[in-house]
Design a binder for this molecule. Structure first.
Ligand code: SF4
Length: 253
């Protein structure tokens, strides 16, 4: 459920840390991850703790996996101070900042205050469930990469918001937009075809990332199915990469 911030310039943070991006177009890049609390969906496969807590975890040095505890909500000044310190002490280490959740666009109003300053320190990638197009329009000018999910009902257990996803893709066109499809062995071909038709209509330049679900630390979808689905989507003239959650294999955060 949405989690409102409690002060005019503060936001509820879950964690701030440095790691290797494991998914999507920037896979392999070193990023600072800023995870905000709250989500408007309830996906069956969700493995993320996005709930608001009194405290959040902040990595003390990039990649050390030792954390200090900050009170929530967090002020922009505190966040900028930490980011500046990392940028000064470890220049050139980080490729970009990943703004993730939960669903970070629940906080679009405040992000319109935060992002102009954060984006001066590092380019920003937004990881989003693609359901809040109006919120995206408020902040897209400060986002370098939008990585949006198309939430397939066969995997989430909830109806796919096709129309809203289409509106979101259109709003994301101002940035570099990629589309992530989390698939499982039971994903029906019809569902992938419908997703492809939507992308062709609303965001034909977007690259698609087929992401097989990770179960027990392993890819849960047989390779022959992934090959078939990649061919299906490519048949629509789309660029399609198959990328599992590589951070699980690397055993990083
Ligand atoms: S949108 Fe993401 S964070 Fe929210 S429930 Fe779904 S998988 Fe979890």
């Amino acid at each position: 459920m949405p989690v409102p911030a409690t002060a005019a310039t503060d936001l509820p943070v879950v964690e701030l840390f440095s790691s290797i991006q494991g998914e999507g177009p920037l896979v392999g890049c070193r990023q600072i991850f800023l995870r905000l609390a709250g989500c408007n969906l309830n996906c069956a496969y969700c493995d993320t703790d996005f709930h608001m807590a009194k405290h959040c975890q902040v990595e003390s040095e990039p990649g050390c996996e030792e954390f200090v505890v900050w009170d929530n909500p967090v002020s922009l000044e505190a966040l900028l101070g930490h980011l500046r310190q990392w940028q000064q002490n470890w220049p050139h280490l980080h490729h970009s900042l990943s703004l993730t959740g939960g669903e970070p666009l629940l906080h679009a109003e405040m992000l319109a205050t935060w992002l102009p300053q954060i984006s001066q320190l590092l380019p920003v990638q937004l990881e989003t469930n693609g359901t809040l197009p109006e919120a995206l329009r408020r902040v897209v000018q400060w986002i370098n990469w939008v990585v949006m999910d198309v939430k397939l009902a066969s995997q989430t257990g909830e109806e796919t918001p096709w129309q809203t996803h289409g509106e979101f893709m259109t709003a994301a066109a101002e940035s570099s937009c990629s589309i992530k499809l989390v698939v499982g062995e039971n994903t029906p071909q019809d569902e992938l075809s419908r997703a492809a038709e939507l992308v062709v209509r609303c965001a034909p330049q977007a690259e698609i990332f087929l992401q097989p679900k990770t179960v027990g630390g392993k890819c849960s979808v047989p390779g022959n199915l992934l090959l078939r689905w990649q061919a299906l989507l490519a048949g629509y003239g789309l660029s399609v990469r198959v990328v599992p959650q590589t951070h699980c294999y690397l055993a990083v955060l």
